[in-house]
Design a protein around this ligand. Structure first.
Ligand code: SF4
Length: 424
């Protein structure tokens, strides 16, 4: 969804005291501005030091004050933009490095807002190393959705995911995962695919099966924020290697009856069955990154950005700061008069126009992630990226080719594909 902020929209921005009504977004009201995701950074600090991390200030131990949190919630909750379902993601640092006591008070503050207890779906993305029984009790009590970052078997995981002393974090992360399982906390796994794993789809697949991991998302290592280059870009034929990895993984999973739900393939399947779902705000899945207020990302000082959590707090020569305002004294609508926001929004729309004109996947994708366009191509006003090739285009192509293969229309996908020679 692309939305231009017009003068009339800024003038009719709901008052901060407007009575709260949480609408379900439907095709009837889909041209309104809407917010479905709030990303809050309780602290920029992370207890480990992955070498591909995009966060610039991860040694900073400062923490969000409760009066800042209260003001942030007040501005968001009373903006008139909030829709259901509404997700609150604790992110942009290691969320579990902040003590449980802090979250107990934070959740109490949030639940004071009308209907927040019923409407807010909390989630965390954690490195898993700090998970213990107490955390599990808290996560269960508040039905917090959990994603845990595990990159594969020990020698693969530990290649990039290390402590500041350079030690591997696999053992602690796996202990965290087993603690979640023991306490019946549902979780999904996110794995970064990098130079060390891309040539080893069989080993990766067998690892997930061995550890009974059934919900999985692949983050193909990206150029983003503080991570100025991807290890995959340094490999000869990096994109071909990613394609081979994804194909092989898909076919192994298929041969076993799809015991692993892989986010990228599920999204691709949904795109094929319902073209356009990812950029029509008429259901459970809409592309919040394409709506100027679809997701708001707030740092621990109340500064906010939009479009993508990876932009939060990042300096840029081209656009100035990606902080579009501060929610302690201002509101999200301050962004509409912020020069950087206007510049970014205009470029995102121009980039999406390029996508629409040049890409056969446009009707399925709707423009994908603006932050990847900026970090890979140097401008939001651009189209194709490695990220969209590997997370949007390739999974769709693999499923379609496989379907054609099953139907005997083509034999592009052989049942067992050839892998390029591993580089490591
Ligand atoms: S797949 Fe890439 S190039 Fe195509 S519409 Fe999506 S973002 Fe644009």
């Amino acid at each position: 969804m692309t939305t231009t902020i017009s003068a009339s929209q800024t003038q009719s921005a709901p008052s901060q005291n407007a009575a709260l009504e949480i609408p379900k977004l439907t095709p009837m009201n889909s041209d309104r501005l809407a917010m479905g995701l709030l990303v809050i950074q309780p602290s920029p600090f992370c207890n480990i030091n992955c070498d591909y991390c995009y966060l610039p200030n991860r040694t900073d131990t400062r923490r969000m004050d409760f009066d800042v949190l209260e003001k942030v919630m007040d501005k968001i909750w009373n903006s008139g933009l909030v829709i259901s379902p509404f997700s609150l993601l604790w992110h942009a640092g290691e969320p579990l490095a902040v003590p449980i006591k802090w979250y107990e008070q934070a959740f109490e503050i949030i639940n004071r807002f009308p209907k927040a207890k019923d409407y807010v779906i909390h989630s965390v993305q954690t490195n898993g190393t700090l998970v213990n029984d107490k955390w599990c009790a808290f996560l269960n009590e508040h039905q917090v959705e959990v994603g845990i970052s595990i990159d594969g078997p020990e020698h693969i995981h530990d290649h990039h995911r290390k402590t500041r002393k350079g030690e591997g974090t696999f053992q602690k992360a796996m202990r965290g995962m087993e603690t979640l399982r023991k306490n019946n906390v549902p979780f999904g796994v996110i794995s970064v695919i990098s130079d060390i794993s891309v040539d080893h789809p069989d080993e990766m697949y067998e690892f997930y099966r061995e550890h009974d991991i059934t919900g999985l998302g692949f983050n193909i290592e990206e150029v983003e924020g503080a991570n100025a280059s991807s290890s995959l870009d340094k490999m000869e034929g990096g994109l071909d290697r990613i394609r081979s990895f994804l194909k092989r993984f898909y076919l192994r999973n298929k041969a076993d009856g799809f015991p692993i739900n892989v986010r990228e393939f599920q999204n691709a399947e949904r795109n094929i069955l319902e073209p356009g779902w990812s950029h029509k705000p008429d259901g459970d899945y809409y592309n919040m990154e394409a709506d100027p207020f679809g997701m708001i990302n707030v740092d621990c000082f109340g500064n906010f950005s939009s479009f993508s959590p990876e932009l939060l707090g990042q300096p840029t020569e081209k656009y100035g700061s990606f902080s579009f305002g501060n929610l302690i004294n201002g509101s999200v609508f301050d962004a509409t008069v912020n020069e950087a926001f206007q510049h970014v929004l205009a470029d995102i729309e121009a980039g999406n126009k390029k996508c629409a004109e040049t890409c056969q996947f446009w009707q399925y994708c709707g423009g994908a992630s603006p932050s990847n366009k900026y970090y890979e191509n140097g401008s939001f006003d651009s189209a194709q990226t490695h990220q969209c090739k590997s997370t949007v285009q390739m999974p769709m192509e693999i499923i379609l080719e496989d379907l054609e293969n099953d139907l005997g229309i083509t034999d592009k996908v052989a049942p067992l594909i050839e892998m390029p020679a591993p580089q490591n």
